[in-house]
Design a protein around this ligand. Structure first.
Ligand code: ADP
Length: 137
């Protein structure tokens, strides 16, 4: 069994897509192990997005990710990391196929509804970043 970290980003929260997105994960048979609303600050964002921190678009991403609280989810299933990435679609919402979460609800390459861990290793680090051990069930 794998667990992955999902963030429902500010656009998901402010546009009222949280229920739709969560329903896709529940319909796929994933088990929710943790859920919490959080306001992300510059420190956690710089850690979480270390791989893009040097990119010219990073300041814009930082502003976007702080524009409203996010909802962090920990979900479990066999092969859930890859399965969630498939349901979510590619980074650029405009290139994401209809039927994927980003294809149906996202706006562009930055405003793209959710974050989802991309490997077992990053899931481990990201779950520890957003959840205390006692917050996962
Ligand atoms: P993903 O979230 O699909 O794993 P990345 O890890 O490459 O994608 O990027 C992290 C986040 O940074 C993206 O989800 C998106 O919000 C933002 N981002 C990525 N590329 C760009 C870009 N070219 N312009 C603006 N924002 C971007």
């Amino acid at each position: 069994m794998e667990t992955t970290l999902i963030l429902l980003k500010p656009d998901c929260v402010t546009k009222g897509h949280c229920g739709d997105v969560l329903q896709r994960f529940e319909k796929a048979g994933f088990r929710i192990r943790g859920a919490k609303m959080m306001k992300l600050g510059p420190e956690i964002l710089r850690e979480h997005y270390a791989h893009i921190a040097a990119k010219p678009f990073f300041p814009e991403v930082e502003t976007f990710m702080q524009s409203s609280p996010v909802i962090a989810l920990a979900v479990e299933a066999d092969g859930v990391i890859e399965k969630v990435r498939e349901l979510v679609g590619p980074t650029d919402s405009k290139k994401a196929a209809p039927g994927t979460i980003r294809g149906d609800f996202g706006v562009d390459v930055m405003v793209n509804i959710v974050h989802a861990s991309d490997s077992l290793e990053s899931a481990k680090g990201e779950l520890a970043r957003f959840f205390q051990p006692g917050e996962l069930f």
